[in-house]
Design a protein around this ligand. Sequence first.
Ligand SMILES: *Cc1c(COP(=O)(O)O)cnc(C)c1O
Length: 412
Amino acid sequence: MAKTPSRPLHPATRLVTGGRRSEWTGTAAQPGAVVNPPVYRASTHLYPDTAALKTGPAKNEDGRFYYGRRGAPTQWALAEALTEMEPGAAGTMLYPSGVAAIFGALLAALRPGDVLLMTDNAYEPSRALGRAWLHEFGVETRWFDPQDPAAFAAALCPRSKVVLLESPGSLTMEVQDIPALAEVAHAQGLCVIVDNTWAGPLGFPALTMGADITVMSLTKHVGGHSDLMMGSAAAGPEWYAKLRRMAQLTGQVVSPDDAALALRGLRTMGLRLQQETAAALALAEWLAGRDEVARVLCPMLPGSPGHALWQRDFTGGCGLFSVVLRGKDAAARNALIDALELFGIGYSWGGFESLVTPLDPAGTRSATPWPLPDMDPADRFGVRLSIGLEAVEDLKADLERGLAAWRGAEGA
Ligand SMILES: *Cc1c(COP(=O)(O)O)cnc(C)c1O
């Protein structure tokens, strides 16, 4: 950005101006000469003399040339833009994937002998970290019902050090009462980590709602074009220092080319989120009225589970939601998916194109059953939809084709 703003900026404006320091977008003679920071492909950073070489690493400040593993202006600009969008953040660390960011946050906060509490609806690779790596290194993970703050309080013990929340939760979209859970956690001295990939800071300013560390998979909406993998973790001063120390010790770095792509994605993220949120809401409403559908899991939809909390705590949504089909089996559900022409079949979400994956969470829960207690046990299979930027009418026609295939399929 060319000039220092004279008044506080709206988040939509910060999305455009963030990270555009004039010394990163120009030369000493012509600061701020271009809009975007160039792609600095650099491992070695050079020093004018041995005295500077000696003092450089000791300083190790953000935004100073040192060595490629600490990044260069392209990565610094992205990290700074993310920090500017995140109310309460002192800084943001970048990681080569969202999973690496979750790992980086856990590593900064846990030590052998500690207990990690994890919401039962967490992203499966987060669960796998608890089951495998953390377990092997002496950290015990306990899962709790995302909808039940009392169960969370009851699960705490003197060894509990961290709670990992995710709201809405992967696949099943439960909204958690994060302010209430964080209050309980903080009373016991726990660090609260929130996987905030779904809403991002525009929809849920996690650090102001009780999170100590907020994590995002930038692979999703920030990248936005299904062409990069990256993650971030942001925090206030105390936890940012710990995140930064651990990220530096373990050599976390992202490529400048990917950082430039992520910055490009970030500039239009607000607009994309608005469009896909509106489209997802329209489709969720339409699906909720269909006979084939037992339940729509979309917190933005009035009457859907979690809507009241979403309305209370969130300022935005996104295009990701799930649909539980009425009865039948996995084969019928697969017939629905295979009949779709516009929805790509594949993992990830938050790109410009619509995607679909099977929903069958029974095997990925340990503290709560699936189907949920208030659901018909026959309603088990469904789909998760990531709504992209296609015309809603075309997506509706595609889903209509899928539902017809589901109706035509065998199944109880
Ligand atoms: C995709 C995802 C991640 C992991 O991100 P990657 O960049 O794919 O490693 C973490 N949390 C949630 C909720 C996700 O959907």
